[in-house]
Design a protein around this ligand. Structure first.
Ligand code: SF4
Length: 101
């Protein structure tokens, strides 16, 4: 194996490792006890939201019909810019909910 081929193989291996770790990061699910989740009253299940604490919450408000949800409406989990690389539940909710236009 020539030096340049060996370098190429090492770069390819390193790149695939980076890709794999990025994919793993993208699939990390948000925990309800995450400090940011607690601060925003996030729940995986919108029906479990404390309506006394969040009187504007309605059962029809779900992450998958929120303006900020980055998954498709049918996706069980999807991204939300408020939680970085962590995914939120499609049936979840937080107090930053904005109805999708
Ligand atoms: Fe869900 Fe919207 Fe709150 Fe993000 S901002 S967690 S998508 S309700």
């Amino acid at each position: 194996m020539t030096v340049s081929r060996r370098v190429f193989m090492m770069q390819a291996a390193a790149a695939s490792g980076v890709l794999a770790s990025q994919q793993a990061l993208a699939q990390v699910k948000l925990e309800e006890n995450d400090p940011q989740a607690v601060a925003l009253g996030y729940k995986h299940d919108s029906t479990k939201v404390d309506n006394k604490k969040y009187p504007k919450h309605a059962a029809t408000q779900l992450c998958n019909n929120c303006q900020l949800y980055q998954g498709k409406a049918a996706d069980a989990w999807g991204g939300c810019p408020l939680f970085g690389a962590k995914q939120v539940a499609g049936k979840g909710w937080c107090s930053a909910y904005v109805k999708k236009a």
